[in-house]
Ligand binder design. Structure first.
Ligand code: F6P
Length: 478
């Protein structure tokens, strides 16, 4: 009964969606991780089986992968206990200390070992074995993100001939940068086992294809790579949100205690908001420096604007993340110490998460949304901030040109996050933008958000996977 109908009205498929982190939190509970929060509502409706990690580990060799399965909307959630001997090497050691830094063009932060790589491959093969349990004749597998670059190849090695798609939520860097990952070649070769590889932007897909052509010497034509696995189609599917849902959350939550307390505490003062995981890719240090620079250059803004930075702690066992947490805590306290007054704090810095409903209300309270990553696959905060605005008096989005979202939200105020003075000036411009201009920019962004929702992203990918696999099937039978 795990059935979803593709939008083209074509085949009925049993869809199995796989991601490292899964979520069953409702919109009223704090969310962890952009991917899981974004997928939950669509996966729930689709009737797919969503497979991921349970967050629990098991010692010793597991004959049979253990999954706790519960109902999720029209489908099910299957949470796997992962092998204790390999989890750390897989998640911290390779996925987040080799792949994540490289995918965000920070090869200087790569710290990994051969054992970590082995653990990464072990966990990919462990998931593949577990997925066999969910295989039916018409199953399609859709694997999410960089934790599972090799999962498609592991499934093929087990004899799986079903459609298998992959979507990368992060950027894909230039070929010289990806070449900085240990075992980069094996990993990309393994990726070619997927029928369809989805990217957030044209730039990401083009970087991938140029690696495949130049470094692997494979034939690429019309976005399709030919390898020993057959054809892997590479295409772009920018992930979206449900803008109507965010708008409804924002309107509804204005009376939520967190939102009304925030509004009262501002006393007419303006607010800029940032919401991020504490991650070096998010440009948090640059953003706080820009806010500091703005208050120094334009002291008349003191007391008339403050920054609410929600910064959820993430991947804290990894040195680069621990260092960044300390650096940010010190920087915020330094800025508050220099610019603060007995009755005014320039930066409210919170290391905790909020539910989507409360976040929507906080976004709507802020006249400026600051989303300034150094590199980001898409950045859904940018889209959520826009969708949560009051249509008659919308706020202004200040957006890094290095976020995937900048391709669509091109009427935001686009900034280079490395240009601290430029960002400082742009935040000040946003604060004083006249209503007419704010409305025009906001309308144009809403039109884009309505044209590319998460529901469309989901069904477009499944349709394209169906087609890509059908072409591979036809070629194999020729
Ligand atoms: O795509 C971004 C991403 O890495 C997701 O895969 C992940 O769920 C999210 O960020 C949060 O990261 P983590 O799961 O490591 O806390």
């Amino acid at each position: 009964t795990f059935i979803i109908r593709s939008q083209s009205g074509g085949n009925l498929v049993n869809l199995v969606v796989v991601s490292n982190r899964v979520s069953r939190a409702s919109a009223n509970e704090p969310m962890t991780g952009g991917l899981a929060a974004a997928l939950l509502p669509v996966v729930e409706k689709s009737g797919a089986i969503w497979v991921g990690s349970s967050g629990r580990l098991r010692e010793g060799a597991q004959k049979e992968p253990f999954a706790e399965i519960e109902a999720l909307g029209a489908g099910a959630l299957a949470m796997l206990d992962l092998p204790a001997a390999h989890y750390e090497g897989y998640y911290e050691g390779f996925a987040n200390s080799a792949l994540w830094p490289a995918l965000h063009s920070r090869t200087d932060l790569i710290r990994t070992t051969q054992d970590n790589y082995q653990s990464y491959r072990e966990v990919n093969s462990f998931f593949a074995r577990a997925l066999l349990k969910f295989r039916k004749p018409d199953t399609a597998f859709w694997i999410q993100d960089y934790h599972f670059l090799a999962l498609g190849a592991e499934l093929r090695a087990l004899g799986v001939t079903h459609p298998i798609g992959f979507f990368l939520h992060t950027p894909w860097p230039t070929r010289d940068i990806f070449g900085g990952v240990p075992h980069h070649r094996e990993l990309v070769e393994a990726m070619l086992a997927y029928d369809l590889i989805g990217f957030q932007t044209d730039g990401d897909r083009d970087n991938f294809l140029s690696y495949v052509e130049a470094d692997l010497g494979l034939e690429v034509s019309g976005g399709t790579v030919q390898s020993r696995y057959g054809a892997a189609r590479c295409a772009v599917f920018p992930i979206g949100i449900d803008p109507a849902k965010f708008a409804a959350f924002a309107a509804k939550s204005s009376s939520h205690p967190d939102v009304s307390r925030l509004r009262r505490s501002l006393n007419g003062e303006k607010l800029a908001i940032g919401v991020d995981r504490v991650d070096y890719s998010k440009g948090l240090v640059n953003r706080i420096e820009a806010f500091d620079r703005m208050l120094t250059a334009q002291p008349q803004l003191k007391r008339s604007v403050s920054l609410l930075q929600i910064a959820t702690l993430s991947r804290g066992n990894i040195e680069a993340y621990g260092d960044l947490q300390n650096q940010l805590a010190k920087l915020v306290s330094d800025v508050n110490g220099r610019h603060g007054e007995v009755d005014w704090t320039p930066i409210r810095y919170l290391n905790k998460g909020f539910s989507q409903t409360v976040l929507a209300g906080l976004y709507r309270t802020a006249q400026v949304g600051v989303v300034t990553p150094l590199h980001d696959g898409m950045n859904l905060v940018a889209k959520e901030y826009v969708a949560a605005q009051n249509p008659v008096d919308p706020g202004v989005l200040v957006l890094s040109k290095f976020a995937g979202a900048a391709n669509e939200l091109d009427t935001a105020l686009l900034v280079n996050p490395n240009d601290i003075d430029g960002m400082a000036r742009t935040i000040a411009t946003a604060l004083s933008m006249p209503l007419l201009e704010r409305r025009m920019r906001w309308e144009a962004m809403m039109t884009k958000l309505r044209a590319g929702t998460i529901q469309e992203w989901f069904s477009d990918f499944v349709d394209a996977l169906d087609r890509a696999h059908a072409l591979n099937d036809t070629a194999a039978n020729d």
